[in-house]
Write a protein that binds this ligand. Structure first.
Ligand code: UDP
Length: 373
């Protein structure tokens, strides 16, 4: 079977550091190829993931361009999708398109009349009823958690083929590090991920916290300073930049709470694997949560607020803790020693490994091909 996997033009695959969708694709593709699937990857030329073919318009990921005016963002998305569309028109050896690109992906691809399309929904669908309401039926879709689909517009939920949980190559790899004193909060620094709550809790408890993740595509304090020192910089008033400045940086004065910028590769794995716990004080209904399954795979108990996909991934009291308030979160943070790290690792291996994800997708590909959508 030959599948075109559309990862979009925003970041290379695998991403150098932070990268949600691109990490999912980097996890899925090797497992699909091990199962005999021929993969055509649509991404950017800087992608180093092994695939049978690479399609690209752009040399590098266009992530930082996402902050530009809407027309320019759409221009980039359209140029990428047009390249994919041209390829699909020019050849007939692709059996199925597995699309991960939100903006114009599904709309363009479904209009082609080419091979069937499976679109994976990566976002909190509650926010986009009009947009997502427009295409159910034309293409097949799947979600990344049951709670995400439960919040989707009715028609989309009805049309979906179900949820496939996100996975991590760390599941089953047995990466170990000596446990340090610190806790970690890993992810984009923004109000939705709630880093300020993690900082407040750790400061109250006197526990060291490492905040890892980019702010609006800025990967270090120096990169962020370029934005902050220029009042005319287009990102100066961006909500994520303001969030870091107004709500997170006030906790960064002392030694207890540190922001280390975005971390990638082995540095990320080591920082994560040596943590006492991974905090998820999320302020939204997290649709998928790659960082949560990564924590489990590394034997680090996730401690988070009971929202979004967290209750589907974390088994309270066995593989981590879920809280209903900030006060409760603080209490569970002090009890992470009660969680058996091997139980977390076993859970990740059995539910969130690349093999499990690839088998689920192969099943969905089969259903899509048989339904002839
Ligand atoms: N991530 C990373 N370095 C960082 C912050 C995040 O490698 O400094 C990774 C993280 O480990 C995860 C991915 O980025 O694999 C995105 O995670 P998540 O699904 O939690 O976030 P979202 O897609 O909502 O941004």
């Amino acid at each position: 079977m030959k599948v075109l996997i559309n990862a979009g033009p925003w970041l290379a695959v695998p991403p150098p550091g932070y990268g949600g969708i691109e990490n999912v694709v980097a996890t899925l593709v090797p497992a699909l190829r091990e199962r005999g699937v021929n993969v055509v990857l649509a991404s950017v030329a800087a992608s180093t993931l092994e695939a049978d073919e690479l399609l690209a318009v752009y040399d590098e990921g266009q992530f930082t361009e996402l902050q530009k005016p809407y027309n320019q963002v759409m221009g980039i998305a359209h140029a990428h999708q047009a390249r994919v569309a041209a390829e699909l028109r020019a050849r007939d050896d692709i059996d199925l398109v597995h699309d991960h690109v939100e903006v114009v992906g599904p709309a363009v691809l479904s209009a082609l009349g080419g091979p069937p399309v499976l679109h994976t929904l990566h976002w909190d669908l509650h926010k986009h009823p009009a947009f997502y309401g427009a295409f159910p039926g034309a293409i097949a879709v799947n979600g990344v958690s049951e709670s995400q689909l439960a919040r989707a517009p009715e028609a989309l939920r009805a049309a979906s083929l179900g949820a496939v949980y996100l996975a991590t190559p760390l599941a089953g790899q047995d990466v170990r590090a000596e446990q340090g004193e610190h806790l970690v909060v890993m992810g984009r620094v923004c109000g939705l991920k709630g880093q300020h709550v993690a900082a407040r809790v750790c400061q109250k408890l006197g526990l060291p916290l490492v905040v890892a993740g980019p702010v609006c595509g800025r990967n270090s304090q120096a990169e962020l300073d370029d934005v902050l020192q220029d009042p005319y910089h287009p990102l100066h008033s961006h909500p994520d930049v303001r969030y870091h400045l107004d709500q997170v940086s006030r906790y960064l004065d002392g030694d207890l709470v540190k922001w280390v910028g975005a971390v990638g590769g082995q540095a990320r794995d080591h920082l994560y694997a040596s943590a006492r716990a991974a905090l998820f004080p999320i302020q939204w209904d997290e649709p998928g949560g790659t960082a949560v399954v990564e924590a489990l795979a590394l034997g680090v108990p996730p401690v988070g607020l009971r929202r979004g996909c967290l209750p589907e991934i974390v088994d309270h009291g066995r593989t981590g803790f879920l809280a209903d308030s900030e006060e409760e979160l603080a209490e569970w943070v002090t009890r992470t020693g009660e969680i058996d790290p091997d139980e977390c690792r076993r859970e990740a291996r059995s539910r969130f490994s690349p093999a499990v994800m690839a088998d689920r997708y192969l099943d969905l590909y089969d259903r899509v091909l048989r339904s002839g959508r």
